[in-house]
Design a binder for this molecule. Sequence first.
Ligand SMILES: C[S@@+](CC[C@H](N)C(=O)[O-])C[C@H]1O[C@@H](n2cnc3c(N)ncnc32)[C@H](O)[C@@H]1O
Length: 255
Amino acid sequence: MSPRIAQIRLVSSHPEVYEPCDDSFALVDALLADRNNLLEHNPRLCVEVGCGSGYVITSLALMLGPHIPGAYYIATDLNPHAVRVTSETLEAHGVHAELIQTNIASGLEKRLERMVDVMVVNPPYVPTPEDEVGCEGITSAWAGGENGRRVIDRILPIADCLLSDRGWLYMVTLAANDPSQICRQMKKKGYAYRIVIQRSTEEENLHIIKFWRDPDCELDVKTPVTNKTFPERVVESLVSQFPQLSSWRTGGSNS
Ligand SMILES: C[S@@+](CC[C@H](N)C(=O)[O-])C[C@H]1O[C@@H](n2cnc3c(N)ncnc32)[C@H](O)[C@@H]1O
């Protein structure tokens, strides 16, 4: 039996809320393609930033829910209409998520710090004039400012704060957003990545990229080029994070 996802006929709508579109479908297809890994991952907390109609968070809850009954879902959106529409979409499918009207995850930093096992984001990614970013109504659903990166570049550091050590981020990007540069930037923060789905439509070339923390990436970037062996680099990294270990490295002792 194929996994359940949200049904378009049950997805609620409002003139000021983004309707599920090619990008939303590509994101849900990416989650479906990675579903076996997600089930094995056994996430406790899943968060969607920018939930719009609720199509994605509802699909995620439906595809994981029966197998991971303890998982908790949170969805945010800047647009108050989107929060209401998402609540209707969730209810129509018999699933639950906590809904929060906020800017990205503002106000949730302390509560969710390093807690999120799965984060999904279909951000406003269309290159637009800067003044359209974050404005009221439907425009903020797609307006991404210069290169479509204004909101994406604010989401990435927040994702880094909220993702747990084993956290995964799935994000939609457009070719114009320079996804390779986004991947390089995330690699510097210690993330590995892979493109789960690449989809070209007449209008857009979309990538759904999955990011996860990978200690090797962190080491690659933080450690200058040296002749050190891998175990030596691991020790170096640990010492840089926990300076109290430095005496252990040098064989010293406080006693
Ligand atoms: C491209 S739509 C995606 C909607 C839905 N996730 C989907 O895939 O169909 C982007 C969504 O992000 C929301 N959004 C834009 N800027 C935001 C911000 N700063 N914080 C939270 N949500 C934001 C918009 O209101 C919109 O609902």
